[in-house]
Design a protein around this ligand. Structure first.
Ligand code: ATP
Length: 287
């Protein structure tokens, strides 16, 4: 039996550079792993893949990304034998936190360990990229500049350990919709990734907090003004910065002090309809 964590991510910056011939957007995003994670427990079985998920409504069959990841490993490695995967879900679903990718990455690593396959990180990332653009990052974790469609990774120095409050409003955002809306009305600003990377190199968290920027934020916020409200609330409660993650709708706030983060999380629980998590930034896989 193997137990493995699949960590959530936030985007500290997210830029869209253009639309590619293959239909994907060319992006440049600084991604950051969080301690908030789903737990996957993999157990060998005679044959086939079975799955249980403790969240009613979330698909527990071949549509689940963890199932697809396990199936891909079995196919690629010509594995005889099967696996049962039990998922304990903590990452909010369809939230801009890449919970599905986190579970797929955990399933890839879990299969590698369970069957002692000896697949390298490069091989795992190549397999992950076949299933989703965020999966290579989910495999490696830490702080990364992801380019291409998100699968080309440059490892960065770890973002200084920081408390994070996540607030997901009760609205649904489709990622393809957000990108289409961006294409129709692209905002005029872009993140300054070069300055962000310089500040990160110096370990200058305050400067990084000034430079967080997501081009999808105004797109999603126009349809869901609650996001602007949550950002303002985060800052009122002392966040260094507050921004939407990915295509949303989750808003994250970064806090220097754990106590301020805990108070902000409590205020969100009392005053809003948000699903709230108090967590912190996490380093690279295995560290
Ligand atoms: P995106 O990667 O599109 O930005 P997200 O991070 O906003 O997605 P996820 O939690 O990854 O959102 O879920 C997106 C959809 O993927 C869900 O609505 C669900 O139907 C499907 N899905 C498949 N497997 C999983 C999984 N293991 N956990 C969560 N969602 C999954």
């Amino acid at each position: 039996m193997v137990t493995i964590l699949g960590r959530a991510k936030i985007n500290l910056t997210l830029d869209i550079l253009g639309l590619r011939d293959d239909g994907y957007h060319e992006i440049a995003t600084v991604m950051q792993s969080l301690a908030l994670a789903d737990t996957l427990t993999l157990t060998r079985q005679e044959e086939g893949i079975t799955l249980t998920v403790d969240l009613p409504g979330l698909e527990a069959d071949e549509r689940n990304l963890a199932h697809r990841a396990a199936a891909l490993v079995m196919r690629e490695c010509g594995l005889r034998g099967g696996v049962h995967i039990a998922i304990t879900k903590r990452i909010p679903v369809a939230a801009g936190l890449a919970g599905g990718s986190a579970d797929a990455a955990a399933a890839l690593r879990g299969m590698n360990e369970l069957y002692a396959l000896g697949l390298s990180d490069d091989r795992l990332c190549a397999l992950g990229a076949q299933l989703g653009s965020d999966i290579p990052f989910a495999l490696m974790g830490g702080t990364v500049l992801a380019t291409g469609r998100g699968e080309v990774m440059q490892t960065l120095p770890d973002f200084p350990v920081t408390h994070v409050v996540l607030a997901k409003p009760p609205v649904a955002v489709s990622t393809p919709w957000a990108y289409r809306s961006y294409d129709a009305h692209p905002p005029k600003f872009h993140p300054d990734n070069a300055s962000f990377l310089e500040a990160l190199e110096r370990g200058d968290r305050m400067r990084c907090a000034e430079l967080v920027c997501n081009v999808l934020e105004p797109v999603t916020e126009t349809a869901h003004p609650v996001i602007a409200d949550y950002r303002a609330r985060m800052r009122e409660h002392g966040a260094l910065c507050a921004m939407m993650s990915g295509s949303g709708p989750t808003v994250f706030g970064l806090f220097a002090e754990e106590r301020a983060a805990a108070e902000a999380a409590e205020a969100f629980r009392l005053e809003t309809d948000a699903a709230v998590h108090l967590t912190c930034t996490a380093g690279k896989y295995g560290e």
